[in-house]
Design a protein around this ligand. Structure first.
Ligand code: AMP
Ligand code: MG
Length: 324
C-alpha cells in the first residue's frame, strides 16, 4: 500500500519540505529556503535556526499550494545528524504538522535519506555510496542490514573544506561552485599533502597549506591543485571500497557531488573496474525535503510515538536498521 509522505529537512543551512507519493513513486513537491551567512562569517547554528523559523511557513505554504494537506499520510523529519538548534526547528515543525493533520511521525537519518533519494533518482540498486556534503564525507555501503561506513574524514568534511578555503580566499559562500569555476582555469599542479590513512581522509592540513599558498600562487592554480588532491583522495578510498565489497555500482550524493571534476575522476575509476557510476541529479544532491519524504515512505510502517520524537546531533548512518 502506498503512502503520501511530507518530509521536513532541517539539519544545516537548508530548510526544506517535500512530498513523496510512494504508490506512484513520484515526488509531488520539493521546496526549500537556504540560509547564507553574511560575508566573512561562518555558519552559526543560532543564525541558521532563526532563518529556518522565519522561513518554514513560506516553504510549507509553497508545498501546500501543490499538495492538499488532507492527502498527507505521514510526516517525516530529519532526526540527525546536524546542528542542534536547527534540528529542533525541524522537529517542532514536523510535530505540529503531525498533530494538526492527525498523521504519524517518522524520524529519518539524514545520511540514509541522501542515499535513498539517490537510489530513487538514479535507479542504483546496491551501490557503494560516496556521500560528500558540507557536513559529511563518508564512503558507505549496505552490509548485513545497515549502511556501513567504510571510510570517512578524520577532521573536516570536504564541502566544509571547500567553503572555508573559499572564505579564506575572499570568495562568497557556498565555496564549492566558485572553486570549481576557478579550478577549471588552473593549469599548474602544485604538490600538496595527500592524506589518506587506511580508508580515512584528512583535509585540514591541505586547507591550511592552500590558504598560505594563495599569497604567492595564482588563485586558479591553488583551486585546481586543491581539487585534484582532495578528489583523488576520495576516488582512491571509494575504489578500495568497491574492490572490498565486490559491488558493481558507485553513486555520489551530497552537494559536492555536483562537481564535474569529481564526477569525471569517479567515472574513470568505475570504467576501469567495470562498475556503473551514477550521480544524484542536482535537484536532489544538496539537502532537500524530498529525500526525507522518500525515506519516510520506506520507514512509514514503523512510525514513532510523538512523545518519543527527538533529535540526535550525532546520529550515525550505521545506527539505523535498514528494515525496508
Ligand atoms: P549539502 O551540505 O549537501 O547541502 O551541500 C552543500 C555543499 O556542497 C557546500 O559545501 C558547497 O560548497 C558544496 N558544493 C555545491 N556545489 C558544488 C560544486 N559544484 N563543487 C564542489 N562543491 C559544491
Ligand atoms: Mg546533507
Amino acid at each position: 500500500m502506498g503512502v503520501v509522505v511530507l518530509g521536513i529537512e532541517s539539519t544545516a543551512h537548508t530548510f526544506g519540505a517535500g512530498v513523496f507519493d510512494s504508490s506512484g513513486g513520484r515526488i509531488l513537491a520539493n521546496e526549500r529556503s537556504v540560509f547564507s551567512p553574511p560575508a566573512g562569517r561562518g555558519m552559526i547554528p543560532r543564525d541558521c535556526a532563526d532563518h529556518h523559523s522565519a522561513e518554514c511557513g513560506a516553504v510549507l505554504g509553497r508545498v501546500f499550494s501543490k499538495v492538499k494537506p488532507g492527502e498527507i499520510g505521514a510526516v517525516a523529519y530529519s532526526r540527525g545528524p546536524g546542528l542542534g538548534p536547527v534540528l529542533r526547528v525541524g522537529l517542532a515543525c514536523a510535530r505540529s504538522l503531525s498533530g494538526s493533520l492527525g498523521r504519524p511521525l517518522v524520524g529519518v537519518n539524514h545520511a540514509v535519506a541522501h542515499i535513498e533519494v539517490g537510489k530513487w533518482a538514479t535507479k542504483a540498486r546496491d551501490p557503494v555510496v560516496l556521500y560528500v556534503s558540507g557536513g559529511n564525507t563518508q564512503v558507505i555501503a549496505l552490509s548485513s542490514g545497515r549502511y556501513r561506513v567504510f571510510g570517512e574524514t578524520l577532521d573536516i568534511p570536504i564541502g566544509n573544506a571547500l567553503d572555508v578555503l573559499a572564505r579564506n580566499l575572499g570568495l562568497p559562500f557556498p565555496g564549492g561552485p566558485r572553486i570549481e569555476e576557478l579550478a577549471s582555469r588552473g593549469a599548474k599542479l602544485i604538490d600538496l599533502p595527500y592524506v589518506v590513512k587506511g580508508m580515512d581522509l584528512s583535509y585540514s592540513g591541505l586547507l591550511t597549506h592552500c590558504t598560505r599558498l594563495a599569497k604567492t600562487e595564482k588563485l586558479e592554480d591553488v583551486c585546481f591543485s586543491f581539487q585534484e588532491h582532495c578528489f583523488a583522495m576520495l576516488a582512491e578510498v571509494t575504489e578500495r571500497a568497491v574492490a572490498h565489497t565486490g559491488k558493481s555500482e558507485v553513486m555520489a550524493v551530497g552537494g559536492v557531488a555536483a562537481n564535474r571534476r569529481l564526477a569525471q575522476m569517479l567515472r574513470t575509476m568505475c570504467e576501469e573496474r567495470g562498475a556503473e557510476f551514477t550521480v544524484v541529479p542536482l535537484e536532489y544532491a544538496g539537502d532537500n525535503g524530498a529525500m526525507i519524504a522518500v525515506t519516510g515512505a520506506l520507514m512509514a510502517a514503523r512510525p514513532e510515538k510523538p512523545e518519543d520524537a527527538t533529535v540526535d546531533q550525532r546520529f550515525r548512518v550505521d545506527e539505523q536498521d535498514v528494515f525496508w
